[in-house]
Ligand binder design. Structure first.
Ligand code: URA
Length: 234
């Protein structure tokens, strides 16, 4: 009943509250508002540790069926972080995200708003290729979500782009519909920090549904506008 009375904003807020970690709500340590930026070496060390933790995952159907871990690509100091779904065949072979057909479209999409892909930072929801390129199962998305949150926290981007419903579900839960959630700025809180987030369609989906490219183009223009407003160096 109550749910019917909720407007879209309330519903998104509920999702947001669900995304908070317990530590955020019950944290008894004071928030350190004077945190200094980590050095490049510290960031690299944290990323190495995270990669090692992912490699330690046990009994994972994705990991046991894939050749390589696909962890990241791009500039670790980029203000723009992109999250895809999971590696495909080419990514699995090369150990790098978005190097196949979807990756080529991703490059074109960002080029269209004057951004060189190499100036961004890219990762995926799951770091091992799902068998036959299937969508990761909800429990797989959940299992890898803590790694993704940690990953975002380490990179600490000014703008986060979630490409596709898997990336959206990993961070906002499964209640949102991408067709409604895409295209507007949302706030994602991780480790007491708010990340300005845009959900948009995945390039692989656009390769199958070319008629949806008009929405993607509108989202890309919003992203460009925000980059200019924030005077980000991209
Ligand atoms: N699709 C993704 O979501 N990620 C990749 O790395 C490649 C294709």
């Amino acid at each position: 009943m109550i749910d019917n009375n909720k407007n879209q904003k309330d519903k998104i807020n509920d999702e947001l509250i669900k995304s908070y970690e317990i530590g955020y709500i019950f944290e008894n340590k004071p928030i350190n508002r004077f945190k200094t930026k980590p050095t490049l070496e510290e960031k690299l060390e944290k990323l190495d540790n995270l990669k090692e933790s992912i490699k330690m995952v046990e009994d994972c159907n994705l990991k046991s069926n894939s050749k390589n871990i696909v962890f990241n690509d791009g500039d670790i100091n980029s203000p723009l972080m992109i999250v895809g779904e999971g590696p495909g065949q080419k990514e699995d072979e090369m150990g790098k995200p978005f190097v196949g057909d979807a990756g080529q479209l991703l490059d074109k999409m960002f080029k269209a708003i004057n951004i060189n892909r190499h100036k961004t930072y890219i990762t995926n929801v799951v770091n091992y290729r799902p068998p036959n390129n299937r969508k990761p199962e909800p429990q797989e998305i959940n299992r890898y979500s803590k790694f993704l949150r940690e990953h975002i926290s380490i990179i600490d981007p000014k703008i986060l782009i979630l490409m596709g419903s898997t990336a959206m579900e990993s961070l906002f839960g499964s209640k949102l519909k991408i067709s409604k959630a895409r295209g507007s700025w949302k706030e994602l809180i991780i480790n007491n920090k708010t990340y300005l987030t845009m959900i948009t369609f995945h390039p692989a989906y656009l390769l199958r549904q070319a008629d949806q490219k008009k929405y993607s183009w509108s989202d890309l223009k919003e992203i460009r506008k925000k980059i200019d407003q924030l005077k980000l160096n991209l």
